[in-house]
Design a protein around this ligand. Structure first.
Ligand SMILES: [Zn+2]
Length: 168
């Protein structure tokens, strides 16, 4: 869905823009020493802190837009149990991985223009090899959960995109 931006006057396409976080929110909270013991990749992250390991994967959180064919996609991180993380890793390139899961996960990315989204409950659904998993939010009153479930109004989505695009 294309729209004319009120800030820059250009046309933006909601289907071509996506915003993503490079690391789970927790990555910013740990010490340099902990970060050295931890691992951050493009799709997976393991944080070692306080003698414990925490497991994360990068995923796509889609928000359907009313009247648009394509949803808007946020690139997010979710934390998984060690068991889920290992199962996902073991089947990373397995074509039948879509028959596994879904996995419970906590959202670990703060999305702009929403009340705090960290630690929202989610289910993480596998997709075919090459595609990041899809995040389905728990049905709650959180505005992001409502937007995902009922589709967001185009004007509100455009406003979010405009603000995030031009705040950088
Ligand atoms: Zn603009």
């Amino acid at each position: 869905m294309e729209f004319t931006c009120r800030t820059c006057g250009q046309r933006h396409d909601t289907g071509e823009i996506s915003f993503g976080a490079d690391a789970p929110a927790q990555w910013m909270l740990i010490s340099d020493e902990e970060r050295e013991k931890s691992e951050l990749g493009g799709d997976q992250c393991v944080i070692e802190a306080d003698g414990q390991r925490h497991y994360f994967v990068r995923a796509c959180l889609e928000v359907p837009i009313q009247g648009a064919q394509q949803a808007f996609t946020w690139g997010v991180w979710v934390s998984l149990s060690e068991k889920s993380f290992r199962e996902m890793s073991d089947h990373w390139k397995d074509p039948s991985r879509t028959s596994l899961g879904p996995y419970f996960g906590w959202l670990c990315t703060r999305l702009p223009e929403y009340p705090d989204t960290v630690f929202l409950k989610t289910m993480v659904h596998q997709r075919p090899v090459g595609l990041r998993p899809l995040v389905e939010l728990d049905e709650t009153d959180h505005p992001l959960s409502i937007d995902q479930r009922r589709d967001i109004e185009p004007a509100r989505m455009q406003d979010i995109i405009r603000k995030v695009l031009h705040s950088e």
